[in-house]
Each structure stands twice: as structure tokens, then as C-alpha cells.
Write a protein of this length. Structure first.
Length: 262
């Protein structure tokens, strides 16, 4: 039961949606640096190509990409088909792609709900459903295939920012993950969620520029998350060490969600 085997993801095949930037990039790097074969996917082909170049330069695992616009169901189907042509098995699926929309309650548009819920919730189910045969091919009772959903503490608490669709979508994702854990656990596939707090990402860029001091001051550990934090959590969930974790929503936020304001 040595650490090198207990936390190993060597030679595992991984798909990380939105894996070229932000939290997805952090996860991709952590898995590739520890010997996994990582596929990243987003609609930004240039960012995917650059990320793969950097990940392959690490000289540990391998990285490749498949371009897909997750707002388009047809693109998701093509992604699953292309992955199936390249690989016979998928050991780890990381559902990370997401979007946000902030606007006042009085003007919050219907289009925001359509956009955010489609990407943050609906497409998670769509992609998971389509790649389940590949996950089943990789799964065994001792070493299940893994689904890691990237949620948010804003799906657990009520944020002060007016991001109505985002918070709702992440709360829905947390519960969808539990539902998947129940149904897919019978196929030796686990499903867990990381409810992430603030990390350096494109989505958080503007907010951190304006409110970094306030945000860091609200975290009991006094800082925002690093790539080691989220990559480490995924290495645990994706390795033998996390093989019996199923249906969990794990807060990865330095204690933000339990920090009392008064």
C-alpha cells in the first residue's frame, strides 16, 4: 500500500472538458504530470493546441485534444464518437466546462438561463451518457471508472453576486452527480463532485480583480485555491485511493462555505 501505487493514475485515459484553461487546465496538468493520457476538449482549438504542447513538454503523460462546442449537442456527439475511435476505454471523465452570467434580478434574461443551464448541467448529462460505454470498458469492482464533476460552493451557499442561473445550475449538478452515483455505481462507475471555491480562472478574473482582498479575507485559510489543490483532489478521486468514494460532494474552498459572517 505504498503511495506511488495508491495515488497512481499512470496510463489512465482521461477526458477533461474545458481542459485548456482555468481549473480545467490545472486538472489536466496534474493528471498528465502523473502519467495519465489526457484528452482536453473545448471550442477554442488554439488554446487546446497550446495546452497540449505545454503538457506534452512535461515528458510524463500524454495530452491530445478534440475540439467541441458544448453548447451544441451535435458537437458533443461528435466528441464522444471521435474519442471512441481513438480509445477503447475511458478511465476518468472530468466534467469541468462551465459558464456564468451576472446581472441584476430585475433585468436577468431568459437567455442567461438557457445558456448557463445548457452548459453547466444539461451537457454534463449528455456527455456522460454518450461516453458511458467507454467508462464501463475501463471499470472493474476494485478499480471503478470515475466521473468527477466540477461544481461550486455557490451551489451550496447563497452568493452575494447576482448569478441566479449559475448558482442554480451548480446546485443541480451536485444532485445530478449523486443520482449518477446511484445508477452508474451498479456499473462500477463512481460519480463525485468538487464544490470549488475561488481559483485563478477566466471566469473569476474580473471578480478577483475587483474583490481579491475581500474574497481572500473570507477564506479561513486566507488565500484562493492553487493548481496543486484541485489537481491533488482529482488525483485522489481518480486513483485507487479514491476508489470507494461515490456520491460525495466535496468542498474544495479553504473553508469558505463554513466561514461565519457574524
Amino acid at each position: 500500500m505504498d503511495i506511488s501505487n495508491l495515488f497512481s493514475v499512470k496510463d489512465k485515459v482521461v477526458l477533461v472538458t474545458g481542459g485548456a484553461k482555468g481549473i480545467g487546465r490545472m486538472i489536466s496538468e496534474g493528471l498528465a504530470q502523473n502519467g495519465a493520457k489526457v484528452y482536453i476538449s473545448s471550442r477554442d482549438s488554439k488554446a487546446c493546441e497550446q495546452a497540449c504542447k505545454e503538457l506534452n513538454a512535461l515528458g510524463k503523460g500524454k495530452a491530445d485534444y478534440i475540439t467541441a462546442d458544448f453548447y451544441k449537442e451535435e458537437d458533443v456527439k461528435k466528441l464522444a464518437e471521435e474519442l471512441g475511435r481513438r480509445e477503447k476505454k475511458l478511465h476518468i471523465l472530468v466534467n469541468n466546462s462551465g459558464s456564468n452570467w451576472g446581472e441584476s434580478f430585475s433585468t436577468y434574461p431568459s437567455s442567461a438561463w438557457n445558456r448557463v443551464l445548457t452548459l453547466n448541467l444539461h451537457r454534463v448529462f449528455t456527455l456522460t451518457q454518450l461516453v458511458t460505454p467507454l467508462l464501463e470498458a475501463a471499470a472493474s469492482p476494485a478499480d471503478p471508472a470515475r466521473i468527477i464533476n466540477i461544481g461550486s460552493i455557490d451551489g451550496l451557499r447563497v452568493p452575494s453576486l447576482e448569478t441566479f442561473a449559475y448558482s442554480s445550475s451548480k446546485a443541480g449538478l451536485h444532485h445530478l452527480s449523486r443520482v449518477l452515483a446511484h445508477h452508474l455505481g451498479q456499473r462500477n462507475i463512481t460519480s463525485n463532485t468538487l464544490a470549488c471555491g475561488p481559483f485563478e480562472s477566466k471566469m473569476m478574473k474580473t471578480t478577483l480583480e475587483k474583490f481579491r482582498d475581500v474574497i481572500e479575507g473570507s477564506v479561513p485559510l486566507g488565500r484562493i485555491g492553487s493548481k496543486e489543490d484541485v489537481a491533488g483532489a482529482c488525483l485522489w478521486l481518480g486513483s485507487r485511493a479514491g476508489a470507494w468514494v461515490n456520491g460525495a460532494t466535496i468542498t474544495l474552498d479553504g473553508g469558505s462555505v463554513i466561514s461565519a459572517k457574524l
